[in-house]
Ligand binder design. Structure first.
Ligand code: ADP
Ligand code: ZN
Length: 605
């Protein structure tokens, strides 16, 4: 099939009319143009970078059907709903459908009534499906989540290996592969496996400027989670925990405090898992407490916060998990609760791993996470550095390090107090008890052991318990003391401690003295009035979404609603200038939203 020349006018008017956008995001235009020129593409773009548009737009401009191979059934449905909401003729074929449903898609395909077809890789391996493909006017092939082809990726899918046949099956068509997984090793592996023909390779910046990274000392984890959820009222968020039990406990704890929270982990029944996920997607639950099993299958664009209550397994995981926040480009907050005291627990599991190579890999990954959380370098810089990218600014203005005022404090004297309490109790006690000694607690355990008669009892009264726990954490990080594994971990001294006790070594600690209120990231020119209107628009969005059986963020994204609340469009024409409102959405939802805005604005005047 020959490709007709596509004019700039056609590209930009489709961008505007179908998607409701005036301009491309970085790299989108380059990819779109390459595909229109029938060139293969390999694009690494972060989550929220706008990958779908890179192929959906050419799919509309090229005659024929764009075939998208996508690994997750749940995502397929979402993508199709999203495309259809913009008036794109899209469908999927996968095992979740009944035979009559599949037949209907086949009929549409042969009637040339589709622009986009999503299929699972399993289908692509079937001979009869390939024969069907040969009889269809396919315009291009897309591989979504292309990292699934790499064994180095976190999400390897053996079925994806069959995709290396794409270039031979479609010798004349462009093949475009997309992924959000950023390591160079995975990138190289994908390129090798897919054997793309002199592809345009695009590597977008992995910076997610709308995400705020915040690492806090993990002190009282439940209270900290509650405070964070409270500071994001009615907003969607994910709390990641490592074990199923802690997921269940945290979800129950949040529920008991009146939050709309639900658990998600592999131990739940399929039914419970999907209904909890569905409630979250439909804005009926605000918080999902989950193991890392959650998030792969969702495209929800309005997640406003992600909390890691336990240590993530690797920087890669941390980036992917936090990356699920703020896909719509609006501000979102990512908080990691971290204490050195968590490390032995993780080490314990890693040490129990049978495979030596896996164990070494896990250890290496863990040490990078510890460095990320424990050092005092801009979090954004550290994350980007991991992906081989140099962050160009000295201050990112949206991480706890860059926002905080820091000070270097000499804590040698205080450290000596702790160490001497550890020595005097023969290295047989844990952090809590040692803190009780220096702060002069008179609880039962202290009295039973006669520790209230120790010279160090009560010497550190001028500081609270949190201060001392944090200092122990720093001593662990500086390898002055170590913590044993097991159920009742005890603290013992390392060689450095002896020098510290003798005064031959000093210990300085970088403290973030004062953090700016991180929750208060200003939305663009947000006023109380526009926030009120936003809430009303959100309610209308939910009502329409329920009527249509689609997730609210597919009706309009948070960004679009914020734009509406700021601009207050009063007629169809100005409504079209709102980002994310194309012609089909205007026709479908415009009247209801305009009605609401007009009523609201008239009342305020
Ligand atoms: P990805 O698949 O790369 O994570 P999506 O394709 O889901 O990203 O896009 C993320 C969000 O960005 C969506 O809400 C989408 O509508 C929006 N978006 C995509 N392209 C643009 C653009 N050119 N201008 C404004 N918003 C865009
Ligand atoms: Zn920073």
């Amino acid at each position: 099939m020959s490709t007709p020349f596509v004019t700039d006018e056609a590209i930009f008017s489709t961008l505007r009319k179908v998607f409701g956008f005036r301009e491309f995001r970085p790299n989108q235009e380059q990819v779109v143009r390459a595909v229109l020129d029938k060139r293969d593409v390999f694009a690494v773009m972060p989550t929220g970078g706008g990958k779908s548009l890179c192929y959906q737009l050419p799919a509309l401009l090229l005659p024929g059907i764009c075939m998208v191979i996508s690994p997750l059934i749940a995502l397929m449905k979402d993508q199709v709903d999203g495309a259809r909401a913009n008036g794109i003729r899209a469908a999927f074929l996968n095992s979740s459908q009944t035979p009559p449903e599949r037949d209907e898609v086949m009929r549409d395909l042969f009637a040339h009534d589709l622009d986009l077809l999503y299929v699972a890789p399993e289908r692509f391996t079937l001979d009869h499906f390939r024969q069907t493909l040969a009889r269809l006017p396919i315009s291009m092939a897309v591989i979504d989540e292309a990292h699934c082809v790499s064994e180095w990726g976190h999400d390897f899918r053996p079925d994806y290996l069959s995709l290396s046949a794409l270039v031979t099956i479609f010798p004349d068509l462009p093949v475009a592969a997309f992924t959000a997984t950023a390591t160079h090793r995975v990138q190289k592996d994908i390129l090798d496996k897919l054997a793309l023909r002199t592809p345009l390779v695009v590597r977008a910046s992995f910076d997610r400027p709308n995400l705020l990274y915040d690492v806090r000392f993990k002190d009282n984890v439940e209270a900290q989670i509650v405070a964070l959820v409270k500071s994001n009222p009615g907003k969607a968020g994910i709390v990641y925990r490592t074990s199923r039990k802690s997921v269940n406990d945290t979800a129950a704890m949040l529920q008991s405090k009146g939050f709309r929270a639900l658990p998600y982990h592999a131990g739940l029944s399929d039914g419970d898992r999907s209904s909890n996920q569905e409630a979250f997607i439909r804005d009926e639950a605000d918080v999902i407490v989950a193991t890392i099993a959650f998030g792969m299958g969702i495209d929800k664009s309005n997640i406003r916060f992600v909390i890691h209550a336990d240590l993530p397994k690797s920087i890669e995981n941390y980036y992917q998990e936090t990356g699920r926040a703020g896909r719509d480009g609006e501000p979102a907050q990512c908080t990691l609760l971290f204490a050195q005291g968590d490390i032995p627990k993780v080490r314990f599991f890693i040490d129990a791993m049978a495979d030596e190579i896996e164990r070494a890999k896990a250890l290496g990954a863990l040490s990078k996470v510890i460095a990320f959380a424990g050092n005092s370098v801009c979090r954004r810089r550290t994350l980007l550095d991991y992906f081989g990218e140099i962050y160009p600014h000295a201050n990112c203005n949206s991480c706890d390090i860059c926002l905080g005022t820091r000070d270097v404090v000499d804590c040698t004297r205080e450290a000596q107090m702790l160490l001497s309490a550890i020595v005097r109790t023969e290295e047989r006690f844990g952090a809590t008890h040692i803190v009780d000694i220096v702060t002069g607690s008179a609880n039962q355990k202290i009295r039973d052991f006669g520790h209230d008669r120790l010279k160090t009892w009560g010497v550190g009264k001028e500081h609270d318990k949190k201060y001392w726990r944090q200092l122990i954490d720093e001593l662990l990080a500086h390898k002055v003391v170590e913590k044993s594994e097991g159920l009742y971990p005890t603290l013992s001294l390392l060689p450095k401690a002896v020098q510290l006790l003798k005064g031959e070594e000093r210990i300085e600690i970088v403290r973030v003295l004062e953090k700016k209120k991180v929750a208060a990231i200003p939305l663009k020119a947000e006023t109380a009035l526009s926030l009120k209107l936003f809430e009303l628009l959100r309610t209308l969005r939910k009502q329409i979404a329920d009527e249509q059986g689609i997730p609210p963020y597919i009706v309009f994204s948070d960004r679009t609603l914020h734009d509406m609340a700021r601009l207050c469009p009063r007629d169809a024409e100005s409504m079209l200038s709102v980002s994310g409102v194309g012609e089909v959405k205007l026709e479908r939802y415009g009247r209801q939203f305009l009605c609401l805005i007009n009523r609201y604005c008239n009342e305020k005047q």
